[in-house]
Design a protein around this ligand. Structure first.
Ligand code: E4P
Length: 218
């Protein structure tokens, strides 16, 4: 399973890359706004330190505008994936960019049939948002199960399921059990995944016993 980091904070990406947790990065207009930086500069910097795709989202809402922005964004670096919303113009742009060999991440997906359309339009990734569905008392993870199953039924569809709007470790565990290809995680959730109270307690006990020996390894 690939781990993408859902942030536009370069220092966070760098730190998580050092422990091997960054296969790719996703950004969106809200994350770029939070970074306070110029989009083209921050995307170029992130692409430089990321081995896989870095999603950069268009902000136009019409096809011509999305296509122009998408072409501009993909020219920033070889590993940019252009992110488009799941609208009719977004699907048309997805098809056009994907015909040009540009990877596309179709975002803001909230139904299994939307995911099917994105795959037909040639998306590299579909991003179903689990947390935002949970917020409305709908089962976000059921959507992942449905999309994974539908894509498995039609192996000619090459789109990868990228679980988005991940809010906590349970989302991650469930997404992995369902066989989603990718999850994009806020840095704080990756850190939550590292932690376990029994690890902390066990380490404390080992170190206390080690101290009694009076030895040092080096
Ligand atoms: C994914 O690409 C989105 O940027 C992100 O996962 C949205 O998460 P949120 O619902 O927590 O804003």
């Amino acid at each position: 399973m690939k781990f993408f980091v859902d942030t536009a904070e370069v220092s966070e990406i760098r730190a998580l890359a050092e422990i091997g947790m960054v296969d790719g990065v996703t950004t969106n207009p809200s994350l770029i706004a939070k970074s306070g930086r110029k989009m083209s500069e921050v995307i170029a910097e992130i692409c430089d330190i990321t081995p896989g795709h870095v999603s950069a989202e268009v902000t136009a809402t019409d096809h011509d505008g999305m296509l122009a922005e998408g072409r501009y964004l993909r020219d920033i670096a070889k590993n940019v994936a252009v992110k488009v919303p799941l609208t009719e113009a977004g699907l048309r742009t997805c098809r056009a960019l994907s015909n040009e060999g540009t990877p596309v991440n179709v975002t803001l997906c909230f139904s299994a049939t939307q995911a099917l359309l994105a795959a037909k339009a040639g998306a590299t990734y579909i991003s179903p948002f689990v947390g935002r569905l949970d917020d409305l008392a709908q089962d976000g993870m059921q959507l992942i199960a449905d999309v994974v199953q539908i894509y498995r039924n039609y192996p000619q569809l090459r789109t990868e399921v990228l679980v988005a709007s991940v809010r906590h470790p349970l989302h991650m565990a469930q997404a992995a059990k369902l066989g989603a290809h990718v999850a994009t995680l806020p840095p704080a959730v990756i850190r939550q995944l590292i932690k376990h109270p029994l690890t902390d307690r066990g380490l404390e006990a080992f170190l206390a016993d080690w101290k009694k020996t009076g030895q040092s390894i080096l």
